[in-house]
Design a protein around this ligand. Structure first.
Ligand code: TRP
Ligand code: ZN
Length: 884
């Protein structure tokens, strides 16, 4: 048995015993044996004399020296990931540690590793300790100087954080580069890149007139794919100046794209490392969604320079301090670059389909978790996306101007510091001049609050009373919940759908349609005078708080909101609620072996959206799309994945049939005649057109499409000049007709087998295929030449797409889907525990299914737990999932 990592608690936080003012690194690269020499200038941070304790993992300690003298083995210990020097001076001192590491063997992609033969690093959160021994915690901030030494032929490029200070040749065909980063930073922001890369250069002039060099490094074959990333970076830099008054602070900003990466990208100071998926794009290889993703992730990492790097986290419990805030900032950026309502709908879909599920399952944790075993397991939808919702609520409560003042106070007060979520909220309190202590419960209580809404209209009093009651289900860290404090944006509509002025007491120039209510009690009533007839409530406009709502509204009211609400989010929401109701009703029929039918009223509602050409096509696409399978599942006590899929699929087929003429009409009207361009308008047009195509090609279960419709898809696939339209058409055909799909898939692979990111799409399309037999196919593909279990993008494309999105087949009654996931996690865990733990997510949800599925899912969790070398990452997720 291996020693199990223990739980770390927020309440046990202690400031570091020693600080490190300066770090000098000399790294001699070698694939199997890299030598790392580090000199730390240390200084006691406390009066009491404590031993100096450095973290060190998966490395060989070659030598330790204190103030220039080598320490004999009895002067220090190195066990259980800690290098301890019992006696150090009370004055500042220098520690020098030499370590040896093996980048070639590093499949965990944490620390220093090789990707396509190039060296790169990933240190967040605790990867630096696998490179050298160091107090690897974010509240130790140091000035780094890094000398990288490598072979001139295999590593012509040698990069680290900051500015290049010196470079030159060495013996044996090697060369070196010395980099200096003047900004003190925690070790998790350290980065090193070395290899055979080409550079794409541009410049950006800051608003104060400084010129910043912008460099993107990629493999030579990708040289032509960086234009969009570079444009996105410049847009993000400008936007942060204009919206938050934040300028870039170094003279150089570098981005490196690598194919093997555990997450999306990493904000290392001055040297971002990116998953190539979020850099490389050409119209022929990347979809509109990829273009949007690149723009958003480039912006996210750039925004971290202020929210994350200049001001960082005191400890990893504060992760949302940088992630929630930076996600909020990138969401706002994307909203400004494209369509604000559509972006909001996309973000709410993520929250409701995925974060709510996390918040109601065994991994539920507050935005600031009170404890963790493996911090890597807490880079979650809760910390990132719910964290962003918490920031958004502050933005909504304070208003844009006061929120901006709060941000300025935060930057002024804490620049150069490692701080907590409390510090952030305190800055907002100063700006607002009101107490936010109740609001802070969002940081400490997990679970999704539920609101029950009732309206009482009195014709006699001409008064409307809105009553809201809140509750929150128990979670492991807090069984009984205190009421949350949240903004509830509402509007009232009269029977003709006209907005009633509900915010008349506000100043001029404000939106009189929307009233911002504050909910702070467990139960509260709100009074609206001078209401002359029973109003329709437009509740929680723009999703002003991340909550579930129970609100009994009639179909008539929902239709009124769908057609007339001035809040676009709630127009969409009313349509979703209506669809959800009809779907759930038919799921009950399906479960009783009754035929499924779609009601005319729903089809008519969708038709109205479809034909309203005044609407942004991207909005229309969202409005005619049925609720996600995940969101439907969230409404059910026992999730029935087969019923959900079958009813939703049948609805889609029926909509395709009943609105065939309208869909075809819009499809043709939306056909563009200019070459592909990525911009919000063109992307919106393609999105709606492909949504129409998907309806037209949605087959009834076990049914067949007419050859004409199949031909429509095949033709689009063949004629399109861009990946957006070709992959959309390919997806439609693959999900409609096995034979036609197979032929096009073969064609696609032949054409794109040389491009790993496009091959990922090819794998994902097959793994997501809703026709029967997908699991067998996916199993075969795990042996395909294009697949590698060591590459996270491939694992996500094939295995995660099947297990986390193909619910109907993953949850097949025979349990083979579960067994497959068990096999893959067991195979992956020894190689890459971070990804293995993430892959487990679908199994952690076992409690939501029927007893037979529950048992089969648990069997896989137990089986994984019985493996002799299960990682801390996987162990924690399995343990929490199986806990009583
Ligand atoms: N800080 C990164 C971001 O959100 C996240 C990240 C990148 C990460 N790589 C990682 C987190 C590896 C954990 C492990 O921008
Ligand atoms: Zn981030």
């Amino acid at each position: 048995m291996i020693a199990q990592k223990k739980e770390t608690f927020l309440k046990d936080y202690q400031p570091p015993a020693y600080l490190v003012d300066r770090v000098d690194l000399r790294i001699e690269l070698d694939a199997q044996s890299t030598l790392v020499q580090s000199r730390l200038l240390c200084r006691p941070n406390q009066q009491t004399k404590k031993p100096l304790v450095l973290n060190g993992k998966r490395l060989e300690v070659v030598q330790v020296a204190l103030n220039g003298s080598v320490l004999t083995r009895n002067r220090f210990t190195f066990t259980d990931g800690l290098l301890t020097i019992a006696h150090v001076p009370a004055e500042p001192f220098e520690v020098a540690v030499t370590t040896r590491i093996n980048p070639a063997e590093n499949t965990a992609l944490e620390g220093l590793y090789l990707s396509s033969g190039n060296y790169c690093t990933q240190c967040e959160p605790e990867g630096f300790r696998t490179i050298t021994c160091f107090p690897d915690r974010p509240d130790v901030m140091s000035v780094f100087t890094t000398t990288v030494i490598g072979d001139k032929t295999s590593c012509p490029v040698l990069l680290a954080n900051g500015n290049l200070m010196a470079s030159g040749d060495l013996d044996d065909g090697r060369h070196y580069a010395t980099w200096h980063d003047p900004f003190p930073k925690p070790s998790y922001l350290f980065a090193l890149v070395a290899g055979d890369l080409v550079r794409i250069s541009d410049t950006f002039t800051t608003r104060s007139g400084r010129t910043v060099a912008l460099h993107i490094y990629v493999e030579a074959r990708n040289r032509d794919k960086c234009g969009h990333a570079m444009r996105s970076l410049k847009k993000a830099m400008r936007w942060d100046e204009e919206h938050f008054g934040r300028e870039y602070d170094l003279d150089l900003y570098m981005i490196v794209a690598v194919d093997d990466f555990n997450m999306g990208a990493m904000e290392n100071k001055g040297l971002n490392v990116f998953n190539s998926k979020y850099v490389l794009a050409l119209p022929e290889t990347a979809t509109d969604a990829d273009y949007e993703g690149i723009e958003a992730v480039i912006a996210h990492e750039y925004f971290h320079n202020w929210t994350g790097n200049r001001i960082t986290c005191r400890d990893w419990f504060q992760l949302s301090l940088k992630e929630g805030l930076t996600v909020f900032r990138d969401q706002e950026f994307t909203a400004d670059m494209s369509s604000r309502p559509v972006k909001r709908i996309e973000d709410v879909n993520i929250i409701r389909s995925l974060q709510f599920r996390e918040d109601s399952g065994p991994m539920a944790h507050p935005v600031r978790p009170p404890s963790f075993v493996e911090i890597n397991n807490f880079y979650t939808l809760t910390v990132y996306n719910k964290g962003a919702e918490v920031i958004r609520m502050l933005f909504t409560l304070l208003g844009a101007e006061t929120f901006r003042q709060g941000m300025d106070i935060y930057f002024d007060r804490h620049d150069g510091q490692a701080v907590t979520c409390d510090d952030f909220v305190a800055a907002m309190e100063t700006a607002w001049g009101k107490d936010l202590s109740q609001f802070k419960r969002w940081y400490s209580q997990a679970g999704t609050p539920e609101l029950t809404v009732t309206g009482h209209y009195s014709a006699a009093d001409q008064q409307f009373i809105l009553e809201i009651e809140q509750s929150c289900p128990p979670t492991r860290e807090s069984v009984v919940k205190e009421p949350f404090f949240m903004p509830i944006a509402i509007g009232l509509l009269d029977e003709n759908g006209n907005a009633l002025p509900v915010n008349t007491d506000a100043g001029t120039g404000t939106d009189t349609d929307t009233k911002m209510l504050i909910l702070s009690e467990q139960r509260q009533q709100y009074f609206f005078p001078n209401i002359t007839s029973k109003p329709t409530v437009s509740f929680l406009r723009n999703f002003s708080a991340p909550v579930k709502v129970h609100h009994a509204q009639s179909e008539e009211e929902l239709h009124r909101l769908m057609t007339h609400d001035t809040d676009p989010f709630n127009r969409w929401e009313a349509g979703q609620t209506l669809s959800l109701r009809h779907i759930l009703e038919q799921i009950a029929n399906f479960q009783h072996q009754q035929p499924i039918s779609i009601r005319h009223r729903l089809v008519r509602g969708l038709r109205d959206f479809l034909l309203d050409t005044d609407l942004d096509p991207a909005f229309t696409a969202m409005a005619v799309t049925l609720p996600t399978e995940n969101w439907i599942g969230q409404q059910m006590t026992i999730i029935d994945p087969v019923a959900i899929f079958s009813v939703r699929q049948q609805f889609r087929a029926q909509i395709g049939l009943q609105l065939r003429d309208e869909l075809l009409q819009r499809y043709h009207d939306l056909t563009g005649d200019i070459p592909y361009q990525y911009n919000a308008v063109e992307a919106a047009r393609r999105t709606l057109r492909n949504t129409c195509l998907a309806y037209l090609l949605a087959p009834e279960i076990g049914g067949r499409l007419t050859p004409e419709l199949l031909q429509l898809g095949t033709e689009q696939y063949q004629r399109s000049d861009n990946m957006t339209d070709s992959i959309a058409a390919l997806g439609c055909v693959v999900n409609a007709d096995a034979a036609a799909g197979a032929a096009l898939l073969a064609d696609f692979y032949t054409k794109w087998q040389h491009d790993p990111l496009v091959v990922d799409k090819w794998l994902a399309l097959q793994a997501g295929c809703s026709l029967p037999g997908t699991l067998e196919h996916v199993k075969n593909l795990t042996g395909h030449a294009s697949f590698s279990i060591k590459n996270p993008n491939k694992v996500r494309a094939l295995i995660a797409t099947f297990c986390a999105t193909n619910h109907n087949q993953f949850h097949a009654a025979d349990g083979h889907g579960y067994c497959f996931l068990g096999d893959q996690v067991i195979r992956l865990d020894p190689l890459n525990p971070q990804i293995a733990a993430r892959m487990l997510t679908p199994l952690t949800q076992w409690r939501r299914y029927d007893p037979t599925r529950q048992q089969m899912m648990c069997e896989q969790l137990e089986r994984i737990r019985r493996q002799p070398l299960v990682s801390d990452d996987v162990q924690e997720v399995v343990d929490r999932s199986l806990q009583k």
